[in-house]
Design a protein around this ligand. Structure first.
Ligand code: A3P
Length: 265
């Protein structure tokens, strides 16, 4: 049985796992000097971050998997924990990836079981309440999504991508991202990207499935990082009552934001 490493740090009102981030590293992240050619992938946890890291690496390598199969994803796309956008507006290409929040909370719940750097997951009922209240590590999903989409909707250097659109049409999503990055690809190169960032390829690629991370940090006996990769898995965990409560909460908290999510496919 691994001891948990859940030291929590509070930074600007948001809790972070202190085992991974210090107050200094978070301060460094929010004042990072981005340059125009930088590509920034931004997301609330469990929204498809790793998937987009793989996609962007493959697009930049024209579909050649040599890099994605030899260098861990965290070395190709380092974490900055840049949760707030003010200082990057105007520079860099920003890809904001979101996912329907019912699947986010379910994925995050399962992740808490294996991720020793996060607090122990309690019952799903408790976890869901904390998710809606914004008191889990990394803060409120609502603030994150609204801050990066509704309040930045007109930015030319920001592309909003969703987990669900990648699931429904990975080929189309890759073309959309490659065009946004001004990195046009031949059809064959797009097909190679599709193949190498499919769920089964990524699940079997040690450079991106987090099996290189020690059990001390992620306990692989308790679950896989590449868990299911599906849209609509929330239906397997939410009770009818939790679903009603969630829907009401969502409706009243997203009144000022017209985003539409796909909840199942
Ligand atoms: P599940 O737990 O629902 O399976 P993040 O990288 O932001 O932490 O998101 C992790 C989630 O994205 C996990 O969801 C993981 O399985 C899913 N994911 C990662 N790569 C994927 C892929 N190629 N296809 C579908 N889902 C993927």
């Amino acid at each position: 049985m691994m001891d948990r490493l859940d030291v929590t740090e509070i930074f600007e009102g948001i809790s972070f796992p202190g085992h991974l981030h210090t107050l200094e590293s978070l301060q460094f992240a929010i004042s990072f000097p981005f340059q125009d050619q930088d590509i920034l992938i931004v997301s609330y946890p469990k929204s498809g971050t790793t998937w987009v890291q793989e996609m962007v690496t493959l697009i930049c390598s024209r579909g050649d998997p040599s890099l994605t199969q030899s260098v861990p994803n965290w070395a190709r796309a380092p974490w900055l924990e840049h949760y707030y956008c003010a200082s990057v507006l105007g520079a860099a290409s920003i890809i904001y990836v979101s996912r329907n929040p019912k699947d986010v909370v379910v994925s995050f719940y399962h992740f808490h079981k294996m991720a020793n750097f996060l607090p122990e997951a309690e019952t799903f009922e408790e976890f869901l309440k904390k998710f809606l209240m914004g008191t889990l590590s990394y803060g409120s999903w609502f603030d994150h999504v609204k801050g990066w989409t509704c309040q930045t909707a007109t930015l030319e250097n920001l592309l909003h991508l969703t987990y669900e659109e990648m699931s429904l049409d990975l080929h189309g999503a890759i073309k959309k991202v490659s065009s946004f990055l001004q990195h046009p690809l031949l059809e064959e190169e797009v097909n190679n990207c599709v193949q190498h960032c499919s769920f089964s390829s990524m699940k079997n690629n040690n450079m991106v499935n987090y099996t290189l991370v020690s059990d001390h940090i992620m306990d692989h006996s308790k679950g896989c990082f590449m868990r299911k990769g599906k849209t609509g898995d929330w239906k397997n965990l939410f009770t009818e009552e939790q679903n009603h409560y969630f829907n009401d909460f969502f409706k009243s908290n997203m009144q000022d934001c017209a985003l539409d999510f796909v909840w199942e496919v």
